[in-house]
Design a protein around this ligand. Structure first.
Ligand code: FES
Length: 149
């Protein structure tokens, strides 16, 4: 029997045992290491607002809704058709004391507060206490729609 071989084998066994201890120590450390907590943050809210309708202006009315010789009143304007195919629009706010006009009768836009009357053709005063015409609102007709111009 060779003593050197026996010594080498003994040292090798000791070395392997040391490695085993080291591995065990490492695995022990890993076992005690707490895993990072999972974050459960909620996803950001999705965009829900649709883009505003863009382009050539807001539709005020359909041409078919505006009678010849009359008109319709919206929040934004009084839209009239004094002659077939001719459309006009005016502010719906009376120039007397600021009431909103209420009706279009007999070719006139009528304010209910003190009965001022304005022409559907040019907004000029036709009766009542108002002294100034209704300001014209620029519009354009595209197909069957009347749009702010
Ligand atoms: S506010 Fe319109 S008539 Fe007076």
């Amino acid at each position: 029997m060779d003593l050197n071989v026996t010594r080498r084998r003994a040292l090798g066994t000791a070395a392997l045992a040391g490695v085993g201890v080291a591995v065990a120590a490492c695995s022990g450390e890993q076992g005690t290491t707490a895993a990072p907590a999972e974050t459960t943050a909620a996803a950001p809210p999705a965009e829900t607002s649709a883009p505003a309708a863009g382009g050539g202006g807001d539709a005020l009315a359909a041409t078919a809704d505006v009678p010849v010789g009359g008109g319709v009143i919206t929040e934004q304007a009084v839209i009239t058709q004094p002659e077939a195919g001719t459309y006009k629009a005016f502010s719906p706010v009376c120039t007397h004391q600021g009431c909103k006009v209420k009706s279009v009768d007999d070719g006139k836009i009528v304010c209910p507060c003190h009965n001022s009357q304005f022409s559907i053709a040019d907004g000029s005063v036709q009766g009542g206490p108002a002294k100034a015409p209704l300001p014209e609102v620029p519009i354009k007709v595209e197909g069957d729609s009347i749009l702010l111009g």
